[in-house]
Ligand binder design. Sequence first.
Ligand SMILES: NC(=O)c1ccc[n+]([C@@H]2O[C@H](COP(=O)([O-])OP(=O)(O)OC[C@H]3O[C@@H](n4cnc5c(N)ncnc54)[C@H](O)[C@@H]3O)[C@@H](O)[C@H]2O)c1
Ligand SMILES: O=C(O)C(=O)C[C@@H](O)[C@H](O)[C@H](O)COP(=O)(O)O
Ligand SMILES: [Zn+2]
Length: 362
Amino acid sequence: MVESLTVSLGSRSYPIHFGANLRSLIAAEITRLRAEGRKVVIVTDRAVAEAQAEALGAMGDGVPTISVAAGEASKSATELARIWDFLAEQSVDRGGVVLAFGGGVVGDLAGFAAASYLRGVAFYQMPTTLLAMVDSSVGGKTGINLGAGKNLVGAFHQPQAVFVDTDLLTTLPPREFAAGMAEVIKYGLLGDAELFAELELTPLGVDSLHLATVVRRCCEAKARIVEADEFETAASGGRALLNLGHTFAHAIEKNAGYGVYLHGEAVAVGLAAAARLSRELGLVDDATVARVERILTAHKLPIALRAPIGVGTLMRAMARDKKVRAGQLRFVVLEAVGQSATHDQVDHALVERVWREVGAAD
Ligand SMILES: NC(=O)c1ccc[n+]([C@@H]2O[C@H](COP(=O)([O-])OP(=O)(O)OC[C@H]3O[C@@H](n4cnc5c(N)ncnc54)[C@H](O)[C@@H]3O)[C@@H](O)[C@H]2O)c1
Ligand SMILES: O=C(O)C(=O)C[C@@H](O)[C@H](O)[C@H](O)COP(=O)(O)O
Ligand SMILES: [Zn+2]
């Protein structure tokens, strides 16, 4: 059975479909689009194309497909240009449709190619990682990395629809499943204390009977946040809350070298750091920090850097964060488990102390 929820954004509204064997639904959608004379292309990565060859074949029989190398390094200007060239070679016109079949890397990259090619063509998301199902496939943030920092070039471009089939996760490597759990735990921390408590009691695994329910709950949370603040312009709170842990995480990803920490692993260290920063600011107590660290560890996620990176280097990378205004860092902090807020004017000395606590070097 297919269940759906709508992300309500006026003319940019779209459904998120949940169910098993959604490939037949998407195959039908592709057939409908092609019957209307619309050119459909698929963007995926090589590991997904191999692990999910059957699903890809069932959906994309005869559909031109481009595969990028698996991993964060593909979120680059080089790969973006390769996809633009592919779209041109395939004579994709303004009625064209890009289907992103993969994790967050494929979704962000293909989504930005769709946002920019011919000044914008339609795209669909079929996420294949836990992280992409609960977070990156919803909300329309697309983009690539620069040497200077994560996601520094991109666009808001909402998909036409998202197809979430948790059966695709059976081939996902355990380390990648754990990385997705960092974003799930993020949802608990930023606004769903009940979800957090459930995960504390029973860590979620790929075999958990309620996996699909948890995925849907995260999508619902993200949909409501995005509906309220699509372009992340709220003066406080709003969509920026989805960035909990990310001011730290993006500095780690950039400085360790893209791909050394999976995004979710860097977010896990970032969540631990955000909890510690919230304690420094007097917002939460030691017990809350301990709960955050315990739940991350229980889901096989890091809570400290694996190898030291200099505090100065990390602080300089943070200055590139997209939440910075007039040179001031903006952090997402915890007020309790299940309650978060944005916080401006944080003393840099406190941030440096937190970096050292999670393993940064002088
Ligand atoms: N746009 C957003 O709102 C948003 C939100 C969160 C994260 N992101 C971005 O998402 C990216 C991380 O996404 P990710 O964690 O999905 O990583 P990913 O896209 O690199 O996928 C993880 C790995 O798993 C493999 N894989 C994917 N699905 C598989 C499957 N079903 N079976 C076997 N292997 C599979 C991939 O080939 C890859 O090697 C980062 O670039 C991050 O910045 C974006
Ligand atoms: O959708 C959002 O908004 C998010 O912040 C979700 C994050 O998990 C995601 O990593 C996002 O790509 C970060 O965006 P950025 O604007 O901080 O680069
Ligand atoms: Zn993220």
